[in-house]
Write a protein that binds this ligand. Structure first.
Ligand SMILES: *Cc1c(COP(=O)(O)O)cnc(C)c1O
Length: 374
């Protein structure tokens, strides 16, 4: 079975981790600091603050902006639940807006109508490796006096023009093993706002600048030096990983038949955290791929507003028609950089045979064809 994800770790990561274990200082220390500096340089921000996960990075961004009970944060229901859960952790209320059918990210045209006097921030998600419409969203946020938090947990190295994901407001990344680069578990925040970075550092460490002197109620959201060592090995490989993902995606774009391939906006560098197609009879499609030796996954089978804890909080009655429709149709196929050319050919054959068997997908509104230029 060709798996949907296959993390690649080499001797470099092993040696770096070994050195940390030999040093005897395992918790947040010099390796974390070094990883933060290298990641900020990679993304192109002044500051980076490493965390224990992407989820704690999102939580810390909201805490850093002082968002809490009585506040509202605008986000999307078509995402991993952590985006919206981070808002709940603070006591604030997530307010959902629908996504654009073509690129699966927050539709900026719907944002203004969702803004109320309680709105404090907009949290778009750069899903599957394509940045959300950050330029339009940054304009709305600036005009309406709102903070902008980009959930960039799937878009390491993605860009709009020359500007990378994570450079608007504050960006949050995850290093979970299936992401474009990993630290085992881990996350990081990127920003040019020095005061925000300082507040987030304080909140990450129990409000402590001087050891055991606590200025505020903080948290333990620290990354370990062991995780940072893995990250230091991975960071130099990200560009090559992303390039390989883009090469595979370009072959899929050219050779897949009977499925709707991803739409990529003209000014975007997509890094294909996932290669997600729209298919007919999705569950049968996934089963047929499986029988042909190809793994696949549904990101995500239930939109956030229909998940049990959100229904319990009064969500679930609203309609987000694009989200609801795409939830029934999306299927992600393997696009990770460790795929061999033979495996890529196997995936293409399996998808095309399955689409021929089950019928081609013809959406009501045909999106413009995707373009993936490696
Ligand atoms: C992975 C992910 C997260 C959470 O990251 P963890 O490191 O697993 O906590 C948040 N949002 C999105 C969109 C993700 O894909």
């Amino acid at each position: 079975m060709i798996p949907i994800a296959r993390p690649q770790l080499g001797t470099e990561e092993k040696e770096l981790v070994w050195a940390v274990m030999d040093s005897g200082s395992l918790a947040q220390g010099a390796r974390v600091r070094e990883f933060e500096e290298q990641f900020a340089a990679l993304i192109g921000t002044e500051h980076a603050v490493a965390t224990s996960s992407g989820t704690t990075a999102l939580h810390l961004a909201l805490l850093g902006y002082g968002i809490g009970p009585g506040d509202e944060v605008i986000t999307v229901p078509f995402t991993f639940i952590a985006s919206a859960n981070s808002v709940l952790y603070t006591g604030a209320r997530p307010v959902f807006v629908d996504i654009d059918e073509r690129d699966f990210t927050m539709d900026p045209a719907l944002v203004e109508a969702a803004i109320t006097p309680r709105t404090r921030a907009i949290m778009p998600v750069s899903l599957y490796g394509q940045p959300a419409r950050m330029v339009e969203l940054a304009e709305i946020a600036a005009r309406r006096g709102l903070e902008l938090i980009e959930d960039a947990c799937q878009s390491h190295g993605a860009a709009i023009g020359e500007r990378r994901s994570g450079t608007w407001g504050v960006g949050t990344f995850s290093f979970y093993p299936t992401k474009n680069m990993t630290t085992g578990e881990g996350g990081i925040l990127t920003t040019d706002d020095g005061e925000l970075a300082e507040r987030m550092r304080l909140l990450r460490e129990h409000g402590m600048k001087v050891r055991y002197h606590h200025d505020i109620v903080g948290y333990n959201f620290r990354m370990t030096d062991i995780a940072a060592a893995i990250g230091l090995g991975q960071i130099g490989k990200l560009a090559g990983y992303n390039q390989r993902r883009r090469e595979i995606a370009a072959r899929y774009d050219a050779e897949l038949r009977g499925v709707v391939t991803p739409f990529v906006r003209a000014d975007v560098t997509h890094v294909y955290h996932q290669y997600t197609v729209r298919v007919r009879a999705r569950d049968a499609f996934a089963e047929a791929l499986r029988s042909r030796g190809v793994g696949s996954a549904i990101y995500y089978p239930i939109p956030v507003h229909r998940q049990t804890p959100f229904v319990a909080r009064g969500y679930g009655g609203e309609s987000y028609p694009v989200t609801d429709r795409l939830t029934e149709e999306v299927l992600s196929i393997p696009v990770h950089p460790s795929l061999s050319d033979d495996e890529v050919a196997t995936v293409i054959g399996a998808v095309n045979d399955t689409a021929a068997e089950l019928g081609a997908h013809e959406p009501e509104t045909e999106p413009e064809p995707g373009r993936s230029v490696p």
